[in-house]
Structures are given as C-alpha cells and as structure tokens.
Design a protein around this ligand. Structure first.
Ligand SMILES: Cc1ncc(COP(=O)(O)O)c(C=O)c1O
Length: 451
C-alpha cells in the first residue's frame, strides 16, 4: 500500500472475503480478454465479475453457489422476478415445437392485442428485437411522417446504442443551452447536425424546441429517467407535449423501463399523458429480447403504406420470434390479471428509499436514494438533483464503489450502473433485508473514512 493511501480495513476485508468466496468466478475470468471483448459488469472493485448461474424470484445465485438479492433484475426486465412460472411454462411450450421460423407464427397476435389494450397511445403495434431497434425505427417513422430530420433528446437520457443516441447534451457552456458531445468514438460528425440537445426539467427546452420547429421530426423523452428517477415530472412532460403539438413535432415517450413497471400502462397511465408514439421492450418480453413501437394510426401507417408507395423499412431475422412473443404474452397476461403487483412494488420501493434516506439523515451522511416506485438511483452527494447536470459522480466515487462491494459481500447484488430495480417478487422481508444491508454497508464505508 502506498503510504499516502488511507487505510480502509473494512473495504480490504470485504474484498478479501468476496475473492475467497467467488473462486470459480475468478477462474472463469482467466484469459477472458484474449477471447471476449465486452465490458465487465458488476465487478465493483473486484478483480473479476460475478457470473450468474441461476435466478429464482428476487434472488440470483453465482457459479460459486453464493446467493444474492438481485437489484439488477435483467437491467429492469424481470418485473415479475426470475423464472416466473407462467413465463417459464410458455417458454417450455414453445421450445417443444421449434422456436424460430422467420415468417409469422401464431404467437404474435395475442401479445400485440394485449399491448394494444394496455398502452394508451397504441392504435397500432410493431415488433422488433431490442429497445435500440425500437427507438431507431420510431425516429425513422417520425422523419417520414413529418418530412423533417432532427431529433430532440434530453440530458440524462438513454434511448439505446445506435448513432442517434450517441450524442449527449452537456451543460457546457450553459445549462439552459446544452451542446451535444459524443459518448462514443466512431460516431459520424454528421449525426451532430441531426440532434437537438435539450435541457431536462428546464423551461428553456420549450424555447429550443420552438426555435427548431422547422427541423425537428421528433422529441423523445423517458417518462421517468432511470438515471435520475423523479416523480414530479408530469407538468414538464405535458409542457413538452404541448409545444410539440404546437410545432407539429412527433412527441414520443420512451417507455423501455417504465412500461409495465411503474404502472401496467407505464408512464402514460402513471402521468395521464398520451404521446404520439411510444417505444417499449424489457418487461413486455418476459425476459426474452423484444422491442415494441406503438403509436397513432396515421404515424404508424408510415410502416405499412398503401400498395405501390414506399414505406418506412422495418424487419429483422428475429422480429416477432415465437419465444419472445410467448414469454411476453405470458408475462403481460400475468400483469393484467394481478394489478396488485403495482401497488406492492410502489409501496416496497418507497419503503426501501425511506429506510435508506432516514438512515442517511440520522447519521448525517451525504447520500440519498431517489426512486419512482420500483426504480432507484443512489446519489452520493447531499446537494439536491433536478437533472443529470446536478449529479456529481466524482467527489464520492470511492465511497460509492466501496458501498457496492460491501452490499455484495452482505448479499445484495448491484449491477454497477447505479440503476437499481426491485420486482413483484421482492417481498417485505426481502426489502427489510435490503434496508439493513444498505445501512450496514454505509456504516462500513464511514468507518473507513470514505464518507
Ligand atoms: C429508456 C431506454 N430506451 C432504450 C433502451 C435500449 O434498449 P436495448 O438495450 O434493449 O437496446 C434502454 C435500455 O436500457 C432504455 O432504458
């Protein structure tokens, strides 16, 4: 240890304990990078990631046999918990008859019908395989519909990995007038000309939209940003929708996370807002890959124009594949039949955040948890956060990483991206355990002087 590095005995002990009990994970990592070039998730100060072998309800087990309460939940996908029996049965049923044919199967329409009923803006439905595909197809349709090219996106957004989502609004030189900055190399400079960066929860966004009215095809926003979950957003969403209507711009809600999570009808039901289009995925695939575009009849017509006219291209090898369709239909049917899961997730989510925040306040710790129902973010700062521009991920980064490692060692798995989810399978007892694990983790971080 460098003489200048402060001693962190609690952290060192937790790290040593984790390394000792995840030997197989360590061995599996081996020469991984000689073969597999993908980021290592959930490695929080560990020399290797945790490899998951199985999941059941609110819990997962790693290949060494350690069990954890899961807060990743398939990056928000598993709203019903892992291995939900109806979904599992649907997957088995389809896999017994062959699972990929390319052309239509009888599994598509039942899910499409349920989605049409559940999603307020869904005059029509279109399937694809991922959320990123969904947002890119929706942007293309908005361009075709309006005859305009630009897309407006807000800071703190996430809409997927295609080029139009790789230019993020930054507060330099002004929070009111953000400029776009690449979040990846390899993004064509031309993409910058097609993105209008907008400030989240900031009235200036409305002026910028008006100023770009002649060029903007679409403005897209998550009803709740999972990077910064705030529930008092309805007025802002409505104001953005109004200005889009006034300027003949397609207003889209990206409900990839919120759909079937914060309410059965997603953010549209939760906030009472019906956009022109919405994109979904995650929960409505029951744990298998899916993307959904839903929207107003006249815009959706762009995908299926009259005979002889060119439409907006969509399609892909795995689109509407029987396994995703059947798993999704089983999950959505369960959610429709059990509306009580939404009150449960909201109550348990609020209880978790209260247990966390009360402890931080009582102990004068500069940390707080934000949540909308079952989606969470932990802010390692005491200053309030309105938009992502207020988030400080640097000052207490060491404390945050140490917190995550302690939680892991105490049996709560954190995925590493500061996006936490609970599911319908996280019962009150599980939430109580999470509250004590988080409190104990914070206490250890403080003992080491990191907080
Ligand atoms: C709001 C939102 N939109 C789009 C996406 C992209 O979805 P996918 O990862 O399935 O491509 C995500 C993924 O997390 C998301 O959270």
């Amino acid at each position: 240890m460098n003489s200048k590095t402060p001693a962190t005995p609690r952290l060192d002990a937790a790290k040593a304990a984790m390394i000792a009990k995840t030997r197989k994970c360590g061995e599996m990592t081996g020469d991984r990078e000689a073969i597999l070039f993908s980021g290592m998730r959930a490695n929080m100060l560990m020399p290797h990631p945790i490899y998951i072998a199985s999941g059941e309800g609110a819990r997962v087990r790693d290949i060494d046999g350690n069990e954890y309460i899961d807060t990743c939940m398939g990056f928000g996908v598993c709203v019903l918990g892992h291995r939900q029996p109806d979904v599992s049965a649907a997957i088995k049923r389809v896999s017994d008859s062959g699972w990929h044919f390319g052309i239509h199967s009888e599994e598509q329409l039942p899910l499409a019908r349920m989605l049409q009923d559940a999603i307020p803006c869904a005059d029509r439905i279109l399937f694809c395989n991922t959320g990123s595909e969904a947002t890119s197809y929706a942007m293309r349709a908005a361009r075709a519909f309006t005859g305009k090219d630009k897309i407006g996106i807000f800071n703190g957004y996430w809409h997927g990995m295609h080029d139009y989502c790789m230019v993020a609004p930054t507060p330099k030189p002004s929070r009111d007038r953000p400029v776009g900055e690449d979040i990846s190399t390899g993004v064509p400079q031309a993409v910058h000309d097609l993105i209008v960066p907008l400030p989240y929860r900031n009235e200036s966004a409305l002026d910028i939209i008006r100023e770009n009215a002649d060029d903007l095809a679409m403005v897209v926003i998550e009803p709740v940003q999972h990077s910064n979950p705030q529930s008092d957003i309805a007025d802002f969403l409505r104001a953005v929708q109004d200005v889009c209507r006034e300027c003949k711009i397609v207003f889209m809600l990206d409900e990839m996370v919120t759909g079937f999570r914060i309410a059965y009808g997603g953010g549209q039901e939760y906030f009472g807002i019906t956009p022109d289009m919405a994109t979904l995925g995650k929960a409505c695939g029951g744990g298998l890959p899916i993307g959904v575009i839903a929207g107003r009849e006249d815009i959706m017509r762009m995908y299926l124009p009259p005979e002889g006219q060119q439409g907006v291209f969509t399609g892909g090898t795995f689109t509407g594949n029987p396994l995703s369709m059947a798993a999704g239909a089983a999950a959505v049917a369960y959610m429709a039949d059990h509306p009580e899961i939404y009150a449960h997730m909201a109550a348990q989510g609020d209880r978790l955040a209260k247990g966390f925040n009360d402890y931080c306040t009582a102990n004068n710790m500069p940390v707080h948890m934000g949540n909308v129902g079952s989606m969470f973010h932990i802010y390692f700062q005491s200053s309030p956060v309105a938009s992502s521009f207020d988030i400080d991920e640097v000052s207490l980064a060491d404390a945050h990483k140490a917190f995550a490692l302690h939680a892991l060692e105490l049996g709560v798995l954190i995925s590493g991206g500061n996006r936490y989810y609970i599911s319908a399978a996280h019962d009150a007892e599980t939430i109580d355990t999470m509250i004590s694990v988080f409190q104990e983790s914070l206490a250890r971080v403080r003992e080491d002087g990191l907080l």
